[in-house]
Design a protein around this ligand. Sequence first.
Ligand code: ADP
Ligand code: MG
Length: 285
Amino acid sequence: MVIECVDVSYRYQGSGPWAIDGVTLEVRPGERMVITGPAGSGKTTLLQLMDALVLPVRGDVLFDGRSVRDLAARRELHAVRRRAGVLFQFPEDQFFHQSAYEELTFSLRNFFGSDEKEIHQRAASAASYLGLDTGRLKEVSPFSLSTGQKRRLALASALVMEPEILMLDEPTAGLDPAGRKDVARVISSLGETAVVVVTHNLEDFLGVAERVVCLDAGRVVFDASVEDLLARPDIARGYPFEIPLVVKAQQWLRAGGLELDGPSWDMDGLVRRLRLLAGMPENGE
Ligand SMILES: Nc1ncnc2c1ncn2[C@@H]1O[C@H](COP(=O)(O)OP(=O)(O)O)[C@@H](O)[C@H]1O
Ligand SMILES: [Mg+2]
C-alpha cells in the first residue's frame, strides 16, 4: 500500500496552532522510515493521519491513490486500517484481557470469528516470531509479564494480522538497552512489511531505517536516506538535532580517508569493524 500525505495539515482546535502544517510525504510499499523530532513536533499526529485515525483539516492523505475523505464518506476506512498494524505509545497500558493469549488473539477473533484453527495458527506464528510461546501465553496474565515481554506481546498483536505496513509510536520508550535492541531486531527482520517508526531516539533505529524524516513544529525539516546521513556530512548538517555519535564517528573516519566496508549501526559494531581492520582479535578472544 502506498500512503501519500499531500500538503496535509491538522489542528486539534478550530483556531489553534497547526499540529501538522503542510506535510507532503510518501511511504512506499516495503519502505522503512523513521520519523523523528522533538516532543510536540507532530510525530504522533502524523502517524494518526497516516492510519486514517484522524482526517486532515487541509490537504489530503491518499491510500493507493484514494483520498481518505472519499474513503470516509463511503465508510471504507476499515479496509485501509485492516492493512496497517499500529502500535501506539506504551501499548501495554491498553491490555485488558485476562490471559496474554486472549490479548494476542483479540483482533483475530474480530476478524475470523470462531475459526479457532486459523486463529491459533496465526497466533502461534506471530508469537514464535517474537520468541513467545502460545502455551505459556495461555497461562499467564499479560500484566504479569516483564516490560520487555509486554512490548513483545504488543508487537505480536500487531503482527498477527499480517499487516502490509506497521506503524509504531515510540516502540522503545521505557525499555532497557537489551529490550530496545530486541525491538529493533524484530522490526529489521520483518521482510516485506513497510515500517514507519516514530521515535525521538534515532540511534535505536539506524539499523532499521532506510529513510529519516524529521519534524519540527508540524513541518518536515529533514528528509534523507540513512546512507546519505552516514556518508555525506553536507546532508547531515541539515539534520536539526545532535547527530548520533556512531554516525559522526563514521563521518570523521571517512573524512580521514579510512575505507569502512559498510555502515555500522552502533558503537559496538563500529569498534568491532575497526579492530578487524587493525588486525586485532575480536573482542573477548
Ligand atoms: N489531543 C490533543 N488535543 C490538543 N492538542 C494536542 C492533542 N494532541 C497533541 N496536541 C498538540 O499537537 C502538537 C503535536 O503533538 P504530537 O503529535 O503529540 O507531537 P509528538 O508526538 O511529536 O510529541 C503539540 O503541540 C500538542 O500539544
Ligand atoms: Mg508522540
